[in-house]
Design a protein. Structure first.
Length: 267
C-alpha cells in the first residue's frame, strides 16, 4: 500500500508579515476595481499604501521603499475628486510621515516642500474653519522658521516666525490658556534667531521679555501655574545668557535669581 507523501509544512507568517500580505492583496483588488469606481477606490488605495508604509516603518529602515509607498498614497489622494471631507487631513498625515522621513534622512529641502504643502492645506481649511485650523497654520509657519533656523537661512526664518506670530495675534485671546503659551514659545524662537544668527541683541531682548510677560500672566492663575513655570524658567535663563553676553551682569544675575526661585516651586 502506497503511503501518501506529506507536503512540507507551510512557513508560518509573523503578524506583521500577515498584515503586509493582506494589505498588498487589498491593493491588487482595489486596483482592479478603480476603473469603474475611482472615487470609491482611490481613497482605499491611498489608505492601503499609507498603512503599508507604516508597517514597513515599524519593522525596518527601508526608507526608499517607504518613501515610494507614501508618495503613491499621496498620488491617489491627489487624484481623488469626490466629496469625502476628511481627505485634506488624510493628505496631511501622509505629508507628515514624509516630513519625518526626510528629517530623519537629512533631506531638508524635501522637508521644506512637505511643510509648505501642509501649510497650504491648513490655510485652505482655515478659510472656512478659522478657529479650528488657524493654530495649525501658525504652527506650520513656526516649524518652517525652525527648519530655516537649522538650515542657517536666518532671513527666511525671521519671515516665518513673524508670520506665525501675526497669525496667532488674530486668535491669541480666544482662550489664553490654550494659545498664549505657544505664542511665548514662538517669541523665544524668534529671540534665539535674533541672538544667535542675526546678532540683533535689542530685538532678541524684546522677544525674550515678551515671552516672560506672557508666561507670568499665565502663572497668575494658581490652578494653571504649574503648567507654565518650566517655560518661564527657560525664558529667564535665555534672558540671563543674553544679558551676560551683553556685559550686563547685574541684569543677568536678576534673571538667574528669578529662575532659581521658580525652580524651588517645582521641588
Amino acid at each position: 500500500m502506497k503511503q501518501k507523501l506529506q507536503s512540507p509544512a507551510k512557513c508560518q507568517l509573523t503578524p506583521d508579515e500577515e498584515r503586509i500580505k493582506n494589505t498588498e492583496e487589498n491593493i491588487i483588488r482595489y486596483k482592479q476595481k478603480i476603473i469603474k469606481r475611482p472615487n470609491t477606490y482611490l481613497p482605499k488605495l491611498a489608505e492601503s499604501y499609507y498603512y503599508l508604509a507604516s508597517l514597513y516603518w515599524e519593522k525596518s529602515e527601508e526608507y526608499d521603499k517607504i518613501e515610494k509607498l507614501l508618495l503613491k498614497a499621496l498620488e491617489y489622494y491627489e487624484n481623488y475628486s469626490g466629496r469625502k471631507q476628511n481627505i485634506p487631513l488624510d493628505k496631511i498625515s501622509v505629508l507628515g510621515k514624509l516630513l519625518e522621513l526626510y528629517n530623519r534622512t537629512n533631506r531638508l529641502e524635501c522637508s521644506e516642500q512637505m511643510l509648505f504643502r501642509m501649510l497650504e492645506i491648513y490655510k485652505m481649511l482655515a478659510q472656512t474653519n478659522w478657529l479650528i485650523f488657524s493654530e495649525d497654520v501658525s504652527v506650520m509657519e513656526w516649524r518652517l522658521g525652525n527648519l530655516y533656523f537649522d538650515m542657517k537661512r536666518p532671513v527666511q526664518a525671521e519671515q516665518m516666525y513673524l508670520a506665525a506670530l501675526k497669525t496667532r495675534a488674530e486668535f491669541d485671546r480666544e482662550d489664553i490658556y490654550r494659545y498664549r503659551s505657544g505664542t511665548a514659545q514662538f517669541q523665544r524662537s524668534l529671540g534665539e534667531l535674533y541672538e544667535s544668527h542675526l546678532h540683533d541683541y535689542s530685538k532678541a531682548e524684546k522677544c525674550y521679555l515678551k515671552s516672560v510677560e506672557i508666561l507670568q500672566e499665565l502663572c497668575e492663575n494658581i490652578y494653571e501655574r504649574c503648567n507654565y513655570i518650566r517655560p518661564l524658567i527657560y525664558s529667564f535663563y535665555l534672558l540671563a545668557d543674553l544679558y551676560k553676553n551683553k556685559g550686563e551682569q547685574a541684569k543677568a544675575d536678576q534673571c538667574n535669581a528669578k529662575a532659581e526661585i521658580l525652580k524651588k516651586e517645582l521641588e
